[in-house]
Design a protein. Structure first.
Lengths: 139, 110
């Protein structure tokens, strides 16, 4: 089992740290390029969501991320000490509406659900905890 | 992310190299809209060297497409890697955006 743990600040600049850490994790346990892209995208969307909605002060906060691979299952947890926020309850974009009605935004959570097999949210004491499960398929 | 902008008589080309995410989307939006405001309404986005796109990047493309549509303009995307294309498909953007396989196809379409 391969595991990696890292911290991000609630600053957009740390998206680059996230990207590097995901690359290190995926390369160390032989996860294919496409799946690395999918994991990176899901974490990116959740991280930017947390930064945009999670904190009502200007202070610096730490967001804790753990990625683990066991057989063909990747489990990721994201823990932040922001205001209670469940991204799974965000409104879904209407993908079928006509082009001119398409809203700008709202797509992040839709992409996460497409690439991640299972997502769970819980409020644990003063923290938001998201647990993501991705089953690696061939290719 | 590196952005190379080339303006031709009838169209302009933006070639993106690297990652289009929340950090780089704003810079890209600025360049794209400067070009549109200068009167260029036919744009090709060459994604051959684009490794990554998030919803922040999609947002810029949707905004530009809406803007160009109002001005009778056109935006064509080309040469995407498969997994970048899949992001457009999952988001339903392929239903209103022309996405073509090669840069030459884009020039013919524009």
């Amino acid at each position: 089992m391969a595991q990696i743990q890292f911290e991000l600040r609630n600053r957009l600049a740390d998206l680059d740290v996230l990207c590097e850490q995901v690359a290190t994790f995926c390369e160390s346990c032989g996860i294919a390029k496409k799946q690395k892209f999918e994991i990176n995208l899901a974490l990116d969307e959740l991280f930017t969501n947390i930064i945009n909605h999670g904190f009502d002060d200007e202070a610096e906060h730490q967001i804790h991320v753990t990625c683990a691979k066991n057989d063909e299952i990747v489990k990721i947890t994201i823990r932040d000490d922001g205001v209670p926020f469940n991204p799974l309850q965000a409104p879904q974009p209407d993908l079928k509406c006509t082009f001119s009605d398409r809203e700008i935004g709202g797509l992040g959570i839709h992409l996460i659900k497409a690439y991640i097999d299972q997502i769970e949210y819980k409020r644990d004491a003063d923290a938001n905890v998201l647990t993501l499960t991705k089953i690696l398929k061939n290719g | 992310m590196d952005i190379t902008e080339t303006r031709h008589d009838n169209y302009s080309v933006f070639k993106l190299n690297g990652r289009l995410d929340s950090n780089t989307a704003m810079g890209f939006e600025q360049k794209l809209f400067e070009c549109i405001e200068d009167g260029n309404q036919r744009l090709i986005l060459d994604f051959k060297d684009l490794d990554y796109i998030s919803s922040a990047g999609l947002r810029v493309i949707l905004k530009a497409t809406k803007n160009l549509k109002n001005a009778d303009g056109k935006l064509v995307l080309c040469a995407m890697q498969d997994y970048v294309k899949e992001v457009f498909e999952i988001s339903g953007f392929d239903s209103f955006l022309p996405i073509v396989p090669t840069f030459d196809d884009a020039v013919k379409t524009i």
